[in-house]
Write a protein that binds this ligand. Structure first.
Ligand code: ZN
Length: 434
């Protein structure tokens, strides 16, 4: 199994001669040997596209990268420049920085107060890496809430308090009820921002992440903005599988989702897993989401259903008549599961979360008919996603590729799908009435 280093390159910044994986202590890839590199090419912060190249002697010659980018991404670069109101270029390297007078979204400076909410449970070492990146957020009106979910000890509190002493934007919040949805709802309750941005403790945010999410709310009617979630690194077979399976890191094109809008194809929409984004990176308008009741506490990690709370929130926001904007300029890097046991659990959770979410909307008289109408098409799509994941991995003949039990993982996911509705019913009953 080959290992892939993942990084980004900003075209309008000074371009280095070569790209090399850092040998520092930062990130999980320290000391790792990589055979290839995946570069997210960006212009004025906006993602343009991905280029994958082999690493030779532990480095990528940037002239090779730019040549590949000229072939694949020049049209997308010129599309961005045309939107900025700037003349086209003949090579991607000639794009240049955003300038006064152009219409580039990178120069919009929102000022609305944003609360970032990160929920974490008993893994202070992983959280530390996430906090390091949150400290680098560049946004003028910001608070960062770390919600410590059902902590067994004071380790997370200590990590956050150490940091809050250095950076007053950080605040520690303890939520004793276990479950990601309970923790996120606590964040929703405590937040003082008019916008709330959610991410996870296994994510590294881009310094511009909050600004780019806030820019997404400039379109009238938008109540939720999701961002691009890139794979942080592929060091082994479990991460390779996860990378091929999930579709968060695909699209560099902004999109606007609403009932009757451009992406409403009259088919699965809005019950379309994957098209909206993911819980690892999104923001909501606080007042709208509070009125909608926040997250469903019978869904999400730490409950019987183990997932589905993000999709449920996105769909409820869209069903309530609001728009959801996908803003790829809001970039985060997700550290995938690196162990196969964790991956197995994750795939089972994908299945249970999705079918629990569907069962919820089937049991609701307002949405039942709409869900039923979409089931045949949804089933065909689910099979196609499974087959494509396997197709893209089956061609991998590199040493170690056989370590990924792709069939078994698909079966885990299907097993999860089968039991999700029962688990949802049990999880609902387990919630104390308040
Ligand atoms: Zn621009």
């Amino acid at each position: 199994m080959t290992a892939t280093w993942c990084t980004d390159l900003e075209l309008s910044a000074p371009i280095p001669d070569a790209l090399r994986p850092a040998r520092s202590s930062e990130g999980s890839g320290a000391g790792q040997r990589y055979d290839s590199v995946r570069v997210l090419v960006r212009l004025h912060g906006a993602p343009i596209g991905f280029v994958e190249q082999p690493l030779v002697a532990d480095a990528l010659d940037v002239t090779v990268l730019l040549k590949a980018a000229d072939a694949d991404l020049l049209a997308a670069v010129n599309e961005h420049l045309a939107a900025d109101g700037v003349a086209a270029v003949s090579t991607v390297a000639a794009a240049g920085p955003a300038r006064d007078g152009d219409r580039c979204a990178s120069r919009i400076r929102p000022h609305e107060r944003v609360s970032v909410v990160v929920c974490t449970r008993d893994r202070p070492e992983i959280l530390r890496g996430c906090l390091d990146r949150l400290r680098r957020l560049e946004y003028p009106n910001l608070e960062i809430l770390i919600v410590d979910n059902a902590p067994p000890d004071g380790a997370t509190r200590e990590v956050v308090h150490d940091l809050a002493g250095l950076d007053p934007r950080f605040r520690y919040v303890r939520e004793p009820r276990p479950g990601l949805s309970c923790a996120r709802n606590r964040g929703l309750q405590e937040a003082t921002g008019t916008l709330i941005a959610y991410t996870d403790d296994d994510v590294s945010v881009d310094p511009d992440w909050v600004r780019a999410l806030a820019v997404g709310f400039r379109t009238p009617g938008v109540a939720c903005v999701t961002g691009l979630v890139c794979t942080a690194s592929i060091d082994g077979p479990a991460e390779r599988y996860f990378d091929a399976r999930v579709s968060w890191g695909d699209s560099c094109r902004p999109a606007l989702h609403r009932i009757g809008g451009e992406t409403d194809d009259g088919g699965l929409f809005p019950y379309s897993p994957g098209i909206f984004g993911t819980g690892a990176s999104f923001a909501v308008r606080a007042d709208v989401f509070r009125v909608l009741g926040g997250f469903d506490e019978a869904l999400g990690a730490g409950t019987l259903t183990a997932g589905g709370e993000d999709l449920d929130a996105f769909v409820r926001i869209v069903l309530a008549g609001h728009a959801l904007a996908y803003e790829p300029s809001a970039v985060v890097w997700h550290h995938h599961r690196s162990d196969l046991d964790g991956l197995r659990r994750q795939m089972f959770a994908y299945g249970t979360g999705l079918s629990a979410f569907l069962a919820k909307h089937l049991s609701d008289g307002d949405t039942r008919r709409e869900v039923l109408r979409r089931i045949p098409r949804g089933a065909r799509r689910a099979v196609a996603i499974g087959t494509n994941t396997h197709g893209s991995l089956d061609g991998d003949a590199s040493p170690g590729a056989a370590e990924v039990p792709t069939k078994a993982l698909l079966l885990r996911e299907l097993a999860g799908l089968a039991v999700g509705p029962v688990l949802y019913a049990r999880a609902r009953r387990a919630i104390p009435r308040r």
